[in-house]
Write a protein that binds this ligand. Structure first.
Ligand code: PEP
Ligand code: CO
Length: 466
């Protein structure tokens, strides 16, 4: 990336006044219905926060967004696999270097298991460094006589059931930016500065994982990788010169939900005139905000970042093709990922017609499977949870339908944490309903813990290979 490019992406060029062909500008979403937006009680404070955000440095730059698009083009063409993973909602409270490291560790472990067992390059994308806003099924929550705004993620308000905590506060937009910036900084340091070096492959196996069956299986692969590295060195290959052994590309993503935040971080690349949402490398539109004529799709249609859209069971083939036409009019491989999240038992019924319609339309999308959001239920003890078996069942059907149709099952999208939590049921270590309250710490949806995540990666690797 040239200095000019950096200057352009980093400059405080704001888009509201700058029109581009087709009438899009960074604020054109404001003329459309925007679902899932908080009722900010103080308009002036919101404007001040937006103005402040628009002066802050970009978190990512145009060249990075283009590199990720190019890696995703490999996925679209069946030459690579996408692993997108992280928290359901990042938290202002649970924010530490250790938590970031442990999340990265488990994603690196999963990528090793997938690469080694399935022999395909893995494009690694975190739900991280910006995943602070949540769509909700109801705008308010009532307990007894008290009705308050629903919790919408730490970018908006706090989960405590108190009037002050639930009031949307624009200062949180700035706080989210700063937490995203320091998270991304540490991720860049870890992935480029030694931690992700393949010679540390053993160190990614955390203690509570190493003692499990999947941890031991991982250790076997790690030993084989060590041997392969020693073999290459003995053959006279200069391992130090092989950048791919020492650094990994790790990309950030979040749901582009709070459009005031996304608009304020959207900047123009001075070299090309392209608009880039500099809040993350990849942005996605959620199941509840993917209306073709809605504000979210309007906003995303104008930025050059790679995009994704969640596709739930109610999506019709026409809707999905309409979304492709709006978000990927040029039919660019890597531009658009469709993430299906139908729920176990629904894939064979719903996926084939979508695959046919999208193929017919000529959009070279990446197909990924989110086996989490269609499989959430409330346990008898009142905890939101998911069964590992349902998650695997949805994934198996996703692979089977793609195989039968001759399309590439391009990726998985999962909610996980590096911690030893008890939020999802089952898995090799068998978490039961009674165990859920032991270590249930998510701010929103239940996540796979590190063992369940590694277990899932091994099983997905088998599906990929078969
Ligand atoms: C999510 O990814 O956390 C989410 C809310 O997903 P969906 O839009 O698919 O419901
Ligand atoms: Co979620």
């Amino acid at each position: 990336m040239s200095r000019d490019d950096l200057k352009g992406a980093g400059g405080a060029v704001r888009g509201a006044a700058t029109r581009t062909a087709g009438g899009w500008n960074t604020a054109s979403w404001r003329r459309r219905p925007a679902a899932q937006q908080p009722a900010w009680p103080d308009e002036e404070a919101l404007k001040r926060a937006e103005a402040h955000l628009s002066t802050l440095p970009p978190l990512v730059v145009a060249g990075e967004a283009r590199m990720l698009t190019s890696s995703l083009a490999d996925v679209a063409q069946g030459r690579a696999f996408l692993l997108q993973a992280g928290d359901c909602a990042e938290s202002f409270g649970d924010f530490s270097a250790d938590a970031i490291r442990d999340k990265l560790r488990v994603i690196l472990q999963m990528a090793v298991a997938l690469t080694y067992a399935a022999g395909v390059p893995i494009v690694k994308v975190g739900r991280i460094a910006g995943q602070f806003a949540k769509p909700r099924s109801s705008p308010t929550e009532r307990i007894g006589d008290l009705e308050l705004d629903t919790f919408r993620g730490h970018m908006v308000n706090d989960e405590a059931f108190e009037a002050d905590a639930r009031r949307p506060d624009p200062a949180r937009l700035i706080a989210a930016y700063h937490q995203a910036a320091s998270t991304l900084n540490l991720l860049r340091a870890f992935t480029k500065g030694g931690f992700a070096d393949l010679s540390h492959v053993h160190a990614w196996n955390q203690q509570f994982v190493a003692s499990s069956a999947e941890g031991r299986r991982y250790e076997t692969i790690a030993n084989e990788i060590d041997r392969a590295l020693r073999f290459m060195a003995a053959c006279g290959i200069d391992l130090n010169a092989e950048g791919g052994l020492h650094q990994v590309d790790f990309w950030t993503s979040h749901e582009a939900l709070i459009l005031n935040y996304e608009e304020a971080l959207t900047r123009q690349d001075s070299l090309t005139g392209d608009w880039v949402d500099c809040s993350a490398h990849l942005l996605w539109v959620g199941e509840r905000t993917r209306q073709v004529d809605g504000a979210h799709v309007e906003f995303l249609s104008g930025v050059i970042n790679p995009l994704a859209a969640k596709i739930g069971p109610s999506a019709t083939p026409d809707e999905v093709v309409g979304l492709c036409d709006r978000l990927d009019p040029e039919r660019t491989p890597g531009r658009l990922t469709l993430i299906t999240r139908f729920g176990a038992g629904n894939v064979e019924r719903l996926l084939p017609t979508l695959l046919d319609a999208v193929r017919e339309s000529g959009h070279p999308v990446v197909w990924a499977c989110d086996p989490m959001h269609g499989n959430t239920f409330t346990s008898e003890g009142g905890r939101k949870t998911r069964r590992f078996d349902d998650i695997m069942s949805e994934l198996r059907d996703f692979f089977a339908v793609h195989r039968a149709r001759g399309t590439w099952p391009g990726g998985v999208h999962v909610e996980l944490t590096g911690d030893d939590v008890t939020e999802c049921l089952g898995g090799a270590e068998e978490i039961f309903e009674d165990d859920l309250s032991q270590r249930y710490t998510t701010t929103c949806d239940p996540r796979l813990n590190a063992r369940q995540s590694l277990d899932l990666a091994f099983r997905v690797a088998e599906l990929l290979r078969s």
